[in-house]
Design a protein around this ligand. Structure first.
Ligand code: COA
Length: 181
């Protein structure tokens, strides 16, 4: 079991890059909920969106690129429809935004949530995006006043979560819990 404090500044990267997107453009392309993802990349702008429609083929290609098996698109669509939170991370392009990150949560939308399908495209890994994605997810769950978040980490990424304050369930090494304080 683990606990994690809400108290941190989730989006502070020390990066002061000016936005290359106007509010209108961001809202039009990515939806009203869209938010820029802090990044140290000077050339690219990354945007989180919960409302921009996901292209299922693009999503499955992203998940395939990180080594996961392909799933029937119809079932993926149903799973997304039943998820309480879906977040896409896009590289901004005024004509062809590209999906480079994704995560979703299932749960009761009141007390419990479980995080699934956390992925950053291999080309963009190790530049802080995965950490920002998790911070974004937790911030949204916090706003919903969800008090316990769980996830099941692949063995190779346990340390990724540990470094962000997740604590392993004591009798195993693949199950983590996160509590609101
Ligand atoms: C796991 C994943 C989402 C991390 O995304 P990322 O953008 O590469 O991660 P970040 O660059 O934000 O890394 C944040 C920190 O975690 C560390 N980290 C990243 N991947 C790690 C891993 N697999 N194991 C341990 N630490 C890791 C980074 O070194 C960095 O450390 P720092 O803050 O000290 O510099 C990404 O590697 C991925 O999509 N992997 C394949 C899919 C997967 O396994 N998803 C998780 C399923 S449970």
């Amino acid at each position: 079991m683990i606990s994690k404090s809400w108290g941190r500044n989730l989006f502070n990267t020390g990066d002061n890059k000016p936005s290359s997107l106007t509010v209108e453009e961001r809202s039009l392309l990515y939806g009203q909920d869209a938010k820029e993802c802090p990044s140290n990349n000077k050339d690219l702008t990354f945007v989180f969106s919960q409302s921009r429609q996901l292209d299922l083929i693009e999503l499955e290609q992203l998940l395939y690129s990180v080594g996961w098996s392909r799933r029937p698109l119809r079932r993926v669509k149903r799973a997304l429809d039943h998820s309480m939170l879906k977040v896409g991370l896009w590289i901004h392009d005024s004509r062809f935004p590209r999906l480079v990150g994704f995560a979703r949560c299932t749960g009761d939308d009141v007390i419990e949530a479980t995080v699934w399908d956390v992925a950053i495209h291999p080309f963009y890994q190790n530049s802080g995006l995965g950490k920002q994605l998790m911070a974004y997810i937790l911030q949204n769950l916090r706003e919903k006043r969800i008090s316990r978040v769980t996830l099941f980490a692949d063995p190779g990424v346990v340390d990724f979560y540990k470094s962000q304050g997740w604590t392993l369930e004591p009798k195993g090494n693949r199950c983590a819990f996160w509590y609101s304080t």
